[in-house]
Design a protein around this ligand. Structure first.
Ligand SMILES: [Zn+2]
Length: 67
């Protein structure tokens, strides 16, 4: 067993903060598995990005436009 460093513990603890959830998906274009936050993905291999609207929650800053 190795000791856990205090730094790692401190970095993790964020009580009360809603941090983004890390999720994984296969790139729609090249199939590489990529990681994303809250359902938003950007492939570093081919540059594919998914629609931000596919994210798990709306972007906090942008106001909603009516169409
Ligand atoms: Zn890709």
């Amino acid at each position: 067993m190795r000791q856990s460093s205090p730094e790692a513990t401190a970095a993790r603890a964020e009580p009360g903060t809603e941090h983004p959830e890390i999720t994984y998906i296969g790139c729609a274009r090249c199939g590489t598995q990529i990681a994303g936050l809250d359902g938003r993905y950007a492939c570093s291999g081919c540059g594919w990005v998914n629609e931000w609207t596919e994210g798990h929650r709306p972007l906090p800053t942008a106001g909603r436009r009516r169409r």
